[in-house]
Design a protein around this ligand. Structure first.
Ligand SMILES: *Cc1c(COP(=O)(O)O)cnc(C)c1O
Length: 375
């Protein structure tokens, strides 16, 4: 790796641009440290932790503007585990999946391998685009992804035409979108995510906002007598969440940091404010790429470009692996493209915790490296 020193006045104030885990605000970390000995190492069954779980559930309902009757459910394991929860507790018989990147394809393959379900319908599209849903009376759950973190493609969640929530649930993987991208909750029955992306906490939990139709489906599936591993039992998670707890021990730091971030987002103006901040960051990134002579947005259709995860292809003359390594040596980390995509690309997390000025600084750092490499 070439020894390129980026001038200090070009560097961002915070060098974390990961797409997940992502930047945790220093203020939230300081708040955690300040309660360290009275929070970490205390019982999750006692009032202080339960109050934070209650605050997280309320904070999410506010931030996501959930209509009456929607409930915030949580459990251990992250969005990946929620796919298994969903294939036991939400899909009656057959699902349809829009598969357009690493994460959406993983849910589809988990369902394909499940012996108690029929083969799912899997609709794909070329990487860098998203496919369209196909309403079908044979489908009882539509699996959508609001932001494909691997490719930087965004899709607005919508109910398929003519499909009611009672017959076809809409389940949206919102892991890298929740809290940063606008959506209409009435178009969605299960809006699930992990807290270490747009919500600037640490990993380990899954959270799911569930509509009345989704809650009813969980009861129907349970009544059908399907065997379910106890840790993946969505009914049990709902019962525990209503008591502001989880089935087994959660990561207390994750809960605390999530609550801090929700208070910060709601206190600053909620989802409108967060979405606007991310739009500002992404406009900076994509405008830079559009005018650069060696960089261009990977996602061709501007309407499908993510406002939270920007994927930028570089000319072969500017090696992205080298650029990321030089950035890292200068304290600017996790700009690497999703490895399985195999492109000469940088990928930039622009969640609400990231300052738009820092995105601007990052583009200047990349320009500095590119010119040093060609010089
Ligand atoms: C990161 C991510 C996941 C996986 O989250 P984990 O917490 O690692 O299980 C799933 N879906 C999307 C869209 C993601 O970005």
């Amino acid at each position: 790796m070439p020894a390129i020193r980026i001038p200090a006045d070009l560097l961002p104030s915070d060098g974390r641009f990961g797409s997940g885990p992502s930047k945790v605000r220093p203020e939230a970390l300081a708040a955690l440290a300040s309660v360290g000995t009275t929070w970490m190492g205390t019982s999750h069954r006692q009032a202080p932790v339960k109050q934070v779980v209650a605050s997280v559930r309320r904070g999410l309902a506010d931030l996501l503007r959930l209509p009456d009757g929607y409930e915030v459910v949580l459990g251990n394991g992250g969005a990946t585990v929620f796919w298994d929860v969903a294939l036991f507790g939400l899909i009656s018989r057959r699902s349809q999946h829009l598969s357009f990147g690493e994460f959406s394809s993983k849910f589809a393959s988990a369902v394909t391998d499940a012996p108690h379900l029929e083969a799912p319908q899997v609709i794909t599209s070329p990487l860098g685009t998203h496919p369209q849903v196909r309403p079908d009376p044979d489908v009882d759950l539509y699996a959508l992804t609001q932001n494909e973190t691997s490719t930087g493609v965004a899709a607005t969640p919508r109910r398929p035409d003519g499909v009611s929530p009672e017959t076809g649930l809409v389940a949206v993987d919102a892991t890298s979108a929740a809290g940063a991208v606008l959506f209409d909750p009435l178009e969605v029955d299960v809006y699930y995510f992990s807290p270490q992306k747009a919500l600037a906490s640490d990993g380990g939990l899954w959270l799911a906002a569930c509509s009345p139709a989704a809650l009813a489906r969980v009861e129907q599936v349970a009544a059908s007598g399907r065997w379910t591993p106890p840790t993946l039992d969505l009914g049990a998670a709902i019962d525990n969440s209503r008591k502001d707890q989880t089935l087994n021990t959660p990561a207390l730091a994750t809960l605390f940091l999530l609550d801090e971030q929700l208070r910060w987002l709601n206190g600053n103006g909620g989802l409108d404010w967060a979405a606007d901040r991310c739009r500002r960051s992404s406009t900076i990134l994509y405008s830079w790429a559009a005018t650069s002579d060696y960089a261009r947005p990977f996602v061709a259709d501007p309407a499908q470009r993510s406002t939270v995860v920007g994927t930028i292809d570089l000319d072969p003359t500017v090696d992205a692996t080298t650029v990321c390594a030089v950035l890292r040596a200068n304290g600017v980390v996790d700009t690497d493209s999703y490895r399985k995509l195999g492109r000469n690309q940088v990928r930039v997390g622009m969640y609400p915790a990231v300052d738009p000025d820092d995105v601007e600084a990052l583009t200047a750092c990349i320009d500095h490296i590119a010119s040093a490499l060609s010089g």
